[in-house]
Design a protein around this ligand. Structure first.
Ligand code: ADP
Ligand code: MG
Length: 728
């Protein structure tokens, strides 16, 4: 059986770790798909549960120092404490050594700088022991990096740092402890203990800052989980009792009093109130709810009180679904990342080769052992696959989270990336631009055996089996007139055309009016024909009003330079009527769902990137065909398969915001990638000493360590800017 699971990964230090884990597990039988996300430190695996399991996966990767864990969403405070202690030790020591180093370097230019007040012949020995202490207490991940490299031939950033610092340490130790060798080989009296301490301190600090800010990028999930109520007040055996959430069962009658948090999803059966749904839909205005309306867990009741019947529990609730979608999307990969992935996959071996090459060049051609060592250590330490690996996922994580907080549910990173590139917005009419709650305006009887009531009775008896907004309108009108509905058999839904069924042994067809130049249609109404036994017996006209925010939204889209096209299965006249109100000057009317898809394909063939916005009910073909499909969700059905993005609450204002968010996110990704590339392409040659013969600059490896730490921290910091950026 195919299983899809997300695990937390322990022991992951850098982007190349992600590559190592992926390539190791891909080779195992029974594992279908695997996506490691370095930013969230999570892995999504699709595996055959008969052939593989969590234990088996762990067997493979534990040798390399990694472990998958069931994500229990609790942070590991003990581990945090140890980490903090390490920092408390290494940071002061590092800063002290670093300032002494700076002093020495300054003294070269300005000899009058005061020297260190402590006079000792054993300065080098003190530094040697201090760096040994630093290596043992704080530098263990780097040693492990070397061991893994030797044992399993896998190398990550830790391997680079480990090799760099250990080279410096061992070389310096030999100079100090074996003066005979030094004299024999005519080595300069130069040691690098301060470099070892400085590098380890900076890299450890960098990692700490990075993990702290990485945690910030993923805060949305935590926030969403925190929204969940702990208990629910329910009626059981005629009594009011408070029970923990996991004991609520389907059908429980839940009691809501003023100001209470709604614990779970359900339908109101008594009372009414207005409810703040902002935490879920991002809509700040409270929404009025009455008997029959849906309520959702985690939203907050205002003044009224009511009873509702729980109809979704556990992972079926809207909130749980939102969390699942956000989690999956944050873990997914944007296409733009693939280049960075390829590079970080070969990054470590390439850097190793460059480091050894520059060592050899300095040694053999340059005849300079000091520079040879400095360049080896510097290149190993400055090269940073982290910045590259963090560039995309951190921005995507923040972007997806920011969306979710605003009622914009992004299913995957790819949709976000595609949305950032669109130039045409195609919008469905019914339910997207209009409220999707049409009212019956006219009933035309064309057969003397029928009257309005009888016509409605037949029509509504069939339509009650359809989900289309028009169908619901007809059913509602019949109910309002207290018409009793009949049983319908042989129901058939013809997407974009209408419905048919057998009522009272008569064939009833309700469909798009075939009449040209209909008077009602010219008034902007949607007209359907009702045929009984293939004879036209009447027509029902309905009209829908445009959404309050539609005009403003279309204006915003135009301002952003996007072209807006309205597409509808409705007649041209009704379509034009709506388009005119909204300032939309391109209308495609009278098309069937698959023709909508074809129209979109035509636009794409002209080189356009198209976003299709629909209600997700009967717009599946165009949603799938478009570059990105956006579904307007009104109810709790948010996992709309055909759409890459779902806008909650059917709030059309969110559409320009979604586009803006996508653009902002991808811009950050590009900036991050740019800086990460630039950093490495300048940093590595700089550390190798290639510029020395020209400019006379040779980077001290201590600064390489600092630069490396700064590079990955700044990438994450840049992504975090998305959290506060104004999205209009
Ligand atoms: P839109 O593109 O505006 O969402 P649809 O493609 O859903 O419209 O439907 C196109 C037309 O088909 C409607 O305007 C209506 O005339 C007819 N139609 C579709 N479904 C039904 C239905 N259940 N009952 C009556 N008419 C329907
Ligand atoms: Mg529609």
């Amino acid at each position: 059986m195919l299983n899809k699971k997300t695990f937390k990964i322990k022991g992951m230090h850098c982007a190349s770790c992600a590559q190592i884990i992926e390539s190791k597990l891909k080779k195992i039988d029974g594992i279908n798909k695997i996506a490691v996300n370095f930013a969230t430190e999570k892995v999504a695996v699709e595996f055959d549960s008969e052939k593989s399991s969590l234990e088996k996966m762990n067997q493979e990767i534990s040798k390399l120092g990694y472990r998958f864990e069931i994500d229990n969403k609790e942070d590991n405070s003990n581990k945090d404490k140890i980490q903090n202690l390490k920092l408390l030790f290494v940071i002061p020591v590092g800063l002290l050594t670093f300032s002494l180093k700076i002093r020495d370097l300054l003294a070269l230019i300005w000899p009058k700088i005061p020297s260190i007040p402590i006079q000792t012949k054993h300065w080098d020995l003190i530094l040697m022991f201090t760096s040994l202490l630093v290596i043992i207490l704080v530098g263990r991940p780097f040693l492990k990096g070397i061991i893994n490299f030797v044992k399993f031939r896998v190398a990550n950033m830790d391997t680079l740092i480990g090799l760099g610092t250990m080279t410096a340490f061992l070389y310096s130790t030999i100079i100090i402890l074996f003066p005979a060798i030094k004299i024999k080989l005519n080595l300069p009296n130069q040691v690098y203990f301060d470099t070892v301490i400085g590098i380890i301190a900076f890299v450890t600090l960098g990692k700490y800052l990075e993990s702290r800010s990485k945690a910030k990028t993923g805060e949305t999930i935590k926030k969403l989980l925190g929204l969940q109520a702990k208990t629910a007040l329910v009626q059981r055996n005629g009594k009011e009792i408070e029970i923990p959430m996991n004991q609520v069962i389907l059908g429980d009658i839940v009691i809501i009093k003023p100001g209470m948090k709604i614990p779970i999803d359900g339908l109101i059966i008594e009372g009414s109130s207005s409810i703040d749904e902002s935490m879920i839909s991002g809509e700040s205005m409270p929404i009025d709810k009455k008997v029959g309306d849906k309520v959702f867990g985690a939203t907050i009741n205002k003044q009224g009180s009511f009873l509702f019947k729980a109809n979704k529990i556990g992972d079926k609730t809207l909130l749980s679904q939102i969390i699942k979608i956000v989690e999956e999307a944050q873990g997914s990969k944007a296409p733009i990342q693939s280049l960075a992935d390829k590079i970080s996959g070969i990054f470590v071996p390439v850097v190793l080769v460059i480091a050894i090459l520059s060592f050899l060049v300095w040694l053999i051609i340059g005849q300079n052992l000091t520079f040879a060592i400095l360049s080896l250590v510097g290149v190993l330490v400055i090269a940073c696959p982290c910045a590259l690996g963090l560039a995309t996922p951190t921005a995507i994580t923040v972007g997806v989270g920011r969306g979710a907080e605003n009622g914009i549910l992004i299913k995957n990173a790819e949709s976000l990336e595609r949305l950032s590139k669109v130039d045409i917005v195609v919008m469905d009419k019914t339910g997207t631009l209009t409220k999707g709650e049409p009212k019956v305006t006219d009933i035309v009887v064309l057969d003397k055996n029928f009257d309005e009531e009888k016509l409605l009775k037949y029509a509504a008896s069939v339509e009650k089996l359809s989900e289309h907004p028009l169908a619901q309108t007809i059913v509602k009108e019949a109910k309002d007139r207290n018409i009793e509905l009949l049983k319908c058999s042989d129901f058939l839904n013809k997407e974009g055309i209408g419905v048919q069924g057998k009522v009272n042994n008569k064939k009833v067809i309700i469909s798009k009016s075939e009449q040209k130049n209909n008077k009602l249609a010219s008034q902007g109404k949607t007209v359907v024909d009702i045929k009984i036994n293939n004879k036209l017996v009447g027509q029902i006209a309905m009209s829908d009003v445009v959404k309050d925010e539609a005009l403003e939204t279309i204006e915003k889209l135009h301002q952003k330079g996007l072209k807006v096209i309205m597409i509808t299965g409705d007649n041209q006249q009704a379509a034009n009527f709506v388009a005119d109100q909204l300032g939309i000057n391109e209308v495609i009317a009278g098309v069937l769902p698959w023709e909508k898809a074809e129209k979109i394909k035509e636009l794409q063939e002209k080189g356009h990137k198209v976003v299709m916005v629909g209600d997700g009910i009967n717009d599946a073909p165009p949603l799938v065909q478009s570059d990105v499909g956006i579904a307007m969700a009104t109810g709790s059905d948010i996992a709309i398969e055909s759409a890459g993005i779902t806008i909650l609450g059917g709030d059309i204002k969110k559409l320009p915001q979604a586009i803006e968010l996508a653009k902002a996110t991808i811009l950050i990704v590009k900036q991050n990638l740019f800086w990460a590339f630039i950093y490495n392409t300048i940093g590595v040659p700089l550390a190798s000493g290639i510029f020395y013969p020209i400019f006379g600059i040779f980077l001290n490896p201590i600064f390489a360590g600092m630069a490396m730490a700064v590079s990955s921290v700044s990438v994450v910091g840049n992504s975090l800017r998305l959290k506060v950026k104004r999205i209009k």
